[in-house]
Write a protein that binds this ligand. Structure first.
Ligand code: PSU
Ligand code: MN
Length: 301
């Protein structure tokens, strides 16, 4: 490798001692949630991963250096400073060579996790096929990355700001298994249901780990989408959310928001419109995913 990965002491020790490790993304910190809840959530997620037997490795780029495992000051900087890049795959070489600060998306985090030898990655929601993609062609690089990189992604499903049906079709085309933990319904982030049945259901971390092993042992490269429904008492009502999403999409259209700005714009619009209520659901589901991700990492180890 012609560039170094900068490991925190905790992650370095975990690699040396072959402990289970869970990768965490940083776009959710810099562009997915408002300060200071973003930083508090990121720290709590790391604690939850540890409490469930694995070591957390939050991934980000600082001054062009790729970090795997962050300290408190680095987390604070990502959560509370201007000009942090949202780094998907195509942005990686620019932000590294220009020595900038960057928060990595699911796609970029997966790739770096893979370079670091980490197999399990926990986030809130992945990017997908956007509503209207048949004309905009707005399809997240998260999906194409999932087709090729051997890192499993635990999320709360696909947010209904996206076209959930098209996202599931696209994942099928790419050969990415979609497994929902403990439910026949594919979840839609704020809701336990999406109107779509899950393609696959497994009910224990052990069974999910066995599926990952089978996939990768067969040389079937790429990710597995592990969907973890939000706890029932934290759900945000589906109909209410749909109204806000419609408004958010219209506002994005009116303001000509396109490309990489689209997802952060819509997330912020919804958080503002729901008066922070949806943010509480968002935080709860990330915690829930951290528990499952750590348990799968332990089972896989
Ligand atoms: N969905 C969320 N919260 C997020 C994201 C998506 O509910 O923070 C972030 C993730 O980092 C994801 C990225 O990888 O947005 C997708 O961006 P895009 O659609 O531009 O690929
Ligand atoms: Mn996009």
């Amino acid at each position: 490798m012609s560039f170094p990965l900068h490991f925190s002491a905790e992650v370095k020790a975990a690699i040396e001692n072959k402990k289970p490790i869970v990768a965490l993304e940083s776009t959710i910190i810099s562009h997915g949630m408002p300060y200071p809840k973003n930083v508090a959530t990121a720290r709590e997620v790391e604690k939850i991963v540890r409490a469930n037997g694995a070591i957390p490795a939050t991934i980000a780029i600082l001054n062009g250096n790729i970090h795997v495992g962050l300290d408190d000051d680095q987390m604070e900087l990502l959560g509370n400073s201007k000009g942090v890049w949202k780094v998907s795959l195509r942005d990686l070489p620019y932000v590294v060579s220009q020595k900038l600060n960057g928060a990595t998306t699911v796609a970029a985090t997966m790739r770096i996790a893979s370079l670091a030898g980490i197999k399990i990655f926990v986030t809130g929601g992945i990017g997908g096929v956007h509503r209207g993609a048949e004309t905009t062609m707005d399809i997240s690089a998260d999906l194409t990355e999932m087709a090729q990189t051997n890192v499993a992604v635990v999320s709360a499903g696909v947010k209904s700001i996206l076209d959930i049906g098209l996202t599931l079709e696209y994942l099928e085309t790419l050969g990415v298994p979609v497994v929902t933990f403990g439910s026949p319904d594919f979840p839609s982030f704020y809701s336990r249901k999406s109107g779509f049945a899950t393609p696959l259901q497994l009910n224990t971390p052990k069974d999910i780990a066995a599926l990952l092993e089978a996939k990768w042992e067969m040389g079937l490269n790429g990710s597995v989408m592990i969907a973890n429904p939000i706890p029932a008492d934290k759900e945000y009502p589906f109909e209410k959310m749909e109204g806000f999403i419609q408004s958010a999409l219209k506002a994005a259209d009116d303001k000509n928001i396109t490309g990489k700005e689209t997802t952060p714009f819509i997330l912020k619009f919804i958080a503002d419109a729901t008066g922070g209520e949806s943010l509480e659901s968002n935080i709860a589901l990330v915690f829930n995913n951290a528990v499952l991700g750590a348990r799968i990492a332990v089972a896989l180890n």
